[in-house]
Design a protein around this ligand. Structure first.
Ligand code: TXA
Ligand code: MG
Length: 447
């Protein structure tokens, strides 16, 4: 039986938090909101609870979980050292959408880390998440609260859709403000390396640190490829003397853990090898097809006007062949043929006359079925060269998962999506879109 509580994040009902906290302490699973996406939490120190998370999601056991904390005091249970750069990042970005990969403490079970010698940790910036973790008194392991492979949940309705009957408690506190997952940053190497782009941009981290950071070669397309070198670690502040002083980087030692299958062990070794293949992501989760809508998706990149024209031509051809087309656009004005389902992501400027004209789909996203030409006009793309502002990108990021789920509900036969430049939050957006497209990306030339 799943219990569902609706919470006002500004006036959190303590009874609901207590029920959820007790569930966590008893080894059950609780879905809760964070600023990025909804998470599916379990006690990170309880291997059985962690197994229940994997079972509810249908998640492969070799994909490790992020451990969520509400206070820095919880950190010593989870990691065995914190390099100075990580301390700096925690001060700057926590609570917030930055996950740090650190050397794990012995108390963290293999089930959480999938046998890796590192553990991913973050402090979410959401009052309900923080209240829940604090009340539970335990670190909370939580992946995104979707069935494995589906788009991540940015509203409790998405969690209900995917996990009703499979989890004990769902806390609904409305839509998530960021809408894409946290940035996963490996700080066991020098310079730190982004393993998954997310809510905090590379540029923002670099400004905060005053140094250039690396991006996992396996997740970049045009970035200069860099490698992750090991660095010496120090003990976290306020802890006893270090055992042996420093912890070598995982690449320097054989960490094949006991009690996991050979395939996982080999994968662990391969990921830790100094000369790893460029196409093996260091964050295990990044190798899976993710966020995938049911219909096949094609992502178009290039100059904005040319992209929209290419999408519109393809949409016409597909419709002529009898297929129902879903189109995901970021530009607010474009032409699409008759029976198209259009989702306009990130458009706060547009405001429809009626719900028949377009219906809201998330907070900055609009859905329109069978648009007429007066809604989307040919050759009238508004300022196609204008750069996306950080606010535009935040709005687009916020609408992606909602849009992907809407296409499923509409039952479209295929999806055509407009890409954005890969800078700032554009990196996370393009990472999610190209994964949703299963790597099916078409580059068009302009104008
Ligand atoms: O915003 C978020 O991060 C959300 C909310 C709920 O906090 N959580 C989330 O978790 O996105 P999940 O499990 O969907 O994604 C975690 C990612 C995966 O790609 C996983 O492989 C990676 O983090 N990860 C976890 N532990 C790791 C480790 N020790 N080393 C490298 N990557 C790790
Ligand atoms: Mg996920």
């Amino acid at each position: 039986m799943t219990k569902l509580f609706h919470l006002d994040p500004l006036h959190i009902d303590p009874a609901a938090i207590e029920t959820a906290a007790v569930a966590l302490r008893e080894g059950q699973t609780v879905a809760f909101p964070t600023e990025t996406v909804y998470g599916l939490g379990g006690n990170a120190l309880d291997p059985q609870a962690v197994k229940r998370i994997f079972a509810a999601k249908g998640r492969p056991a070799d994909n490790p979980l992020i451990v969520h904390i509400a206070s820095l005091d919880n950190l010593h249970n989870i990691v065995n050292s914190v390099p100075p750069i990580a301390e700096q990042l925690m001060r700057h970005f926590w609570p917030g959408p930055l996950t740090l990969v650190l050397p794990r403490a012995a108390s963290i079970p293999n089930e959480v880390t999938a046998g890796l010698e590192t553990v991913a940790v973050r402090m979410p910036d959401h009052p309900v998440a923080l209240a829940l973790i604090a009340a539970s008194g335990v670190p909370v392991a939580a992946p995104s609260a979707n069935r494995s492979g589906r788009p991540s949940p940015t509203r409790a309705e998405h969690v209900v859709e995917d996990l009703w009957g499979k989890v004990e408690v769902i806390l609904d506190a409305g839509p998530c403000s960021v809408g894409v997952e946290s940035t996963v940053l490996d700080v066991t190497c020098d310079p730190p390396m982004i393993l998954r782009p997310g809510g905090v941009t590379k540029e923002t981290i670099e400004t905060a640190l005053g140094v250039t950071i690396a991006v996992d070669p396996a997740i970049v397309t045009r970035e200069q490829r860099q490698s992750c070198r090991g660095t010496a670690m120090q003990r976290p502040p306020g802890r006893g003397p270090a055992e042996g002083g420093t912890v070598p980087h995982q690449a320097d030692r054989d960490f094949a853990p006991k009690g996991i299958d050979d395939e996982t062990k080999n994968r662990g070794r391969r990921m830790a090898a100094p000369l790893q293949p460029e196409n093996v992501p260091r964050s295990p989760g990044m190798k899976y097809t993710h966020y995938a809508p049911q219909a096949p998706m094609t992502l178009y990149v290039g100059p904005r006007e040319a992209v929209v024209r290419a999408i519109s031509e393809r949409a016409s051809a597909e419709q002529d062949a009898g297929r129902r087309v879903g189109v995901m656009l970021t530009s607010s004005v474009a032409f699409m043929p008759g029976d198209t389902v259009i989702v306009l992501t990130g458009s706060t400027a547009y405001s429809p006359q009626s719900t028949e004209e377009a219906e809201p789909c998330g907070s900055s996203c609009w859905l329109r079925r069978n648009p007429h030409l007066d809604w989307l006009q040919a050759n009238d793309i508004h300022d196609p060269d204008a750069a996306y502002s950080p606010e535009d990108l935040r709005n687009i990021a916020n609408g992606i998962y909602d849009a992907l789920r809407r296409f499923d509900e509409e039952g479209v036969d295929l999806i055509l999506a407009q890409g954005v430049p890969e800078a700032g939050l554009g990196q996370a957006i393009m990472n999610r879109l190209s994964k949703a497209a299963g790597g099916n990306v078409i580059k068009v030339d302009g104008p």
